[in-house]
Design a protein around this ligand. Structure first.
Ligand code: SF4
Length: 249
């Protein structure tokens, strides 16, 4: 892939990213909500919990995290000795920003990225990885996907014979059905981040120390259930027709 931007014009961007990745001993982790070209380049594609695990396990010296900032911060907390870069530091998250501690208890009940009246009609509610698994194992040939639509890239690759339809958002508010923050990461920015090792996630030792325990507990509690409906309860009421799937990150 060659680049049209004035700064990097004429570059073989994919080859340059691969070269820098080797030189930096970097691993590229990408969320399911990233653009397809980033998913295809990544060493590992997963939901936020999967990516936390990978970040904790990797032997790479640099983690290029293609997701949003709180996920990259999680990677840094779990791997404090590594350099963690995020292609665009403005890749935040509206759910995180709208969730101050005093509203957190209510939020914990809001997690799947859909309002309750949509969830009531779902055949499956779960983490992003769990809805991917459900979509592949379901006998339905047409599947409505009520979450960020870039996950459909992986579904379509794994089940090319099925029809996946993204469900549009309702009222113009953030329904997480097209995440504007995930979209800030581009191949060009990933290249620059690997070249400069910036923007880099930096957190104080005190914050990392306090955050590590709940994160480790989260990974422990998730155990082997990731991808098996750990966030929500599967409700399967039909062997045919279309399935409606809903996820959290
Ligand atoms: S899809 Fe929604 S919850 Fe996920 S990162 Fe984007 S804004 Fe946050």
């Amino acid at each position: 892939m060659t680049v049209q931007s004035p700064i990097l014009k004429g570059f073989d961007l994919l080859a340059e990213i691969e070269r820098l990745k080797r030189e930096r001993n970097a691993v590229i982790l990408a969320h399911y909500y990233q653009k397809p070209e980033i998913q295809d380049l990544a060493d590992f594609v997963g939901d936020s919990l999967d990516l936390s695990r990978k970040a904790a396990e990797t032997n790479a010296g640099v983690i290029a995290f293609c997701g949003v900032r709180f996920m990259a911060e999680t990677a840094k907390i779990l791997s404090p000795g590594k350099i963690v870069i995020l292609p665009d530091m403005d890749a935040g998250c509206s759910l995180e920003d709208s969730c101050p501690p005093d509203q957190f208890a209510a939020f914990r009940a809001a997690h799947p990225e859909c309002p309750p009246h949509i969830i009531d009609h779902a055949d499956h509610v779960g983490s992003t990885k769990s809805i991917l698994d459900f979509a592949l194992s379901s006998p339905a040939e047409t599947i409505l996907v009520a979450t960020e639509p870039h996950i459909i890239h992986q579904m379509q690759k794994a089940a090319p014979g099925k029809t996946f339809i993204g469900v549009p958002g309702g009222d113009g508010n953030c329904n997480c059905n097209m995440c504007p923050y995930m979209a800030l990461n581009t191949l060009e920015k990933l290249y620059v981040a690997l070249r400069d090792l910036e923007p880099r996630i930096e957190l104080s030792a005190q914050v990392m120390e306090r955050a590590r325990l709940p994160l480790e507990r989260m990974l422990e509690m998730a155990g082997g259930t990731v991808g098996q409906g750990d966030v929500g309860t599967p409700i399967i009421d039909s062997d045919e027709g279309a399935d409606l799937l809903i996820s959290g990150d």
